[in-house]
Design a protein around this ligand. Structure first.
Ligand SMILES: [Zn+2]
Length: 76
């Protein structure tokens, strides 16, 4: 029997937030992005193995990763 399994990375844009950028020091819109690694069987996502968040400044374009706690703090 042939079993086809693998990993798939799914990118999802989240609603942006205004916050202070740590690089340029401006209070501007920050783009949020969720990157999820999913375990697939026959190319169908079964479960999420890991989840990471990334924030991009709309002023200077610098990117930094966010922890789940940092993401929750930003959502408030
Ligand atoms: Zn910036």
């Amino acid at each position: 029997m042939l079993l086809l399994f693998g990993l798939k990375t799914v990118l999802r844009a989240l609603p942006g937030r205004h916050s202070l950028c740590r690089y340029c020091g401006q209070y501007v819109e920050q783009h949020l992005e969720e990157r999820a690694s999913k375990f697939t069987v026959f190319f169908i996502p079964i479960f999420t193995m890991s989840r990471a968040y990334r924030i991009t400044c709309s002023n200077c374009g610098q990117r930094s990763s966010l922890s789940k706690q940092g993401m929750k703090a930003l959502a408030r």
